[in-house]
Write a new protein. Structure first.
Length: 418
């Protein structure tokens, strides 16, 4: 093993430690605020009809900054992009507290949108884990960063009680104490990214790629030969897989609390169901990453779609039982995890050179917009078709992904490598 290889291995290990720390801190900040965001939105607006605006504005905010953060990465590297994105989320927490203090709902929505930048950073962090990763372990490394977000997501919502103690002590408006935790966590995350992510993994990857590309006469312009066309098709399909998988998960997950409450489930029962769903989303992501490295990206993507199908069948036929709906939501989370981890790793395989951060940012944009559309369409679907009808509608998205992978992506990939 050469010294260069040893240096890259050491750099990847350092990068992974920094990204995991940043994800835990960032997730802690997001979990501590958005968990109470719906209650705060209803309180400031004066109407429960606006309770969902916190999640909606956060999703739209994440979508809005995805491409700009990608362009920053392309020009200045991951360190600047991730630190700036986290700084925007930090300012969003401050704006949210100020809006609650002066009781201005439009300003509160701005704060929620800025908080969405933290979610965008979380998405781009998973790609940062692939910049100098060994291709044989790309899926594993990416999935570890995805998994690390679980810690903050689980711990954050439980900080409401301590947050209210802080709010009382600092004489802050009610329901805003958790945002102090968020501000501290996001500030720590900014410092982690800004000072510890050195050398920058993306800039290092480009310094390695440039001489290699020059040696074989490759540049960053996309040629029109057959191989380039196949690669472009695979990139588009992969981004579509990410978007449709996210929309499937959001559509069913977002309406499940409404369905359960309508059937008499307690709020504690709803919370347990969603907690187990989140565990399904993240807890086994390293397993799916390892499987995608070992058995191939497309096989694990199809495994994820199969898990989605099992989930949708369970919730459709077990809609009257909280137990069966919970089991279905666990499978829903597992399907999302397998599909998202594998497709993200596949995108890392397909895209190289300076185009990488822009293409990855586009995939994040598509995921956020698809999630927002899936959540928006799920309400009317539930009202018109019921919970089984919603599951059947989500099944159409699963079928589209399966057809795209088996009929288009796999044959195209074989032709590309032939």
């Amino acid at each position: 093993m050469t010294s260069t290889t040893l240096d890259l291995v050491a750099l990847q290990q350092r990068t992974m430690r920094v990204l995991v720390a940043g994800q835990i801190l960032g997730g802690l900040g997001i979990g501590a605020t958005l968990s109470i965001g719906s209650v705060l939105a209803a309180e400031v607006s004066g109407s429960e009809a606006w309770a969902g605006s916190a999640a909606t504005m956060s999703t739209l905010g994440a979508a809005a900054v995805a491409i700009p953060l990608g362009r920053l990465t392309r020009r200045y590297g991951r360190r600047v992009s991730l630190a700036l994105g986290t700084s925007i989320a930090l300012l969003g927490a401050i704006v949210t507290v100020f809006a609650a203090a002066i009781d201005v709902f439009p300003l509160l929505l701005v704060g929620f949108a800025m908080l969405g930048s933290g979610a965008a950073v979380g998405l781009q962090s998973r790609f940062a884990a692939t910049d100098v990763a060994d291709p044989r372990h790309r899926g594993r490394d990416l999935s570890i960063v995805v998994w690390s977000a679980t810690i903050g997501s689980v711990v954050g919502p439980n900080l409401f009680g301590p947050g209210e103690v802080i709010a009382t002590w600092l004489r802050m408006p009610p329901l805003t104490g958790s945002f102090v935790v968020a501000i501290a966590a996001q500030l720590a995350a900014v410092c982690v990214y800004a000072f510890a992510l050195r050398p920058d993994p993306y800039l290092v990857s480009q310094s390695i790629a440039a001489p290699a590309e020059a040696a074989v006469g490759v540049n960053n312009t996309v040629s029109e030969d057959a191989d380039a066309q196949r690669n472009r098709s695979l990139v588009i399909i992969t981004i579509g897989i990410l978007g449709l998988s996210h929309a499937t998960m959001i559509a069913v997950m977002s309406m499940t609390p409404v369905h359960l409450v309508h059937h008499g489930t307690s709020l504690a029962g709803v919370g347990l169901t969603l907690s187990l769903h989140i565990a399904g989303m993240f807890a086994l992501s390293p397993v799916f990453g390892w499987l995608s490295d070992r058995y191939g990206r497309y096989r694990i993507i199809l495994t994820g779609q199969a898990l989605f199908a099992v989930s949708l069948v369970i919730v459709a036929f077990g809609e009257q039982s909280m137990t069966w709906v919970t089991v279905g939501l666990i499978f829903l989370g597992l399907g999302w995890s397998a599909s998202t981890v594998s497709a993200s790793a596949l995108l890392g395989d397909l895209v190289t050179g300076s185009a990488r951060p822009i293409i990855q940012a586009r995939s994040d944009l598509v995921m956020n917009l698809a999630g927002a559309l899936g959540g928006a369409a799920a309400g009317p679907a539930l009202a018109l078709l019921g919970y089984p009808g919603l599951a059947a509608s989500a099944g159409v998205l699963v079928a589209i992904v399966v057809i795209a992978v088996t009929v288009v992506a796999v044959p195209t990939s074989r032709a590309r490598t032939a």
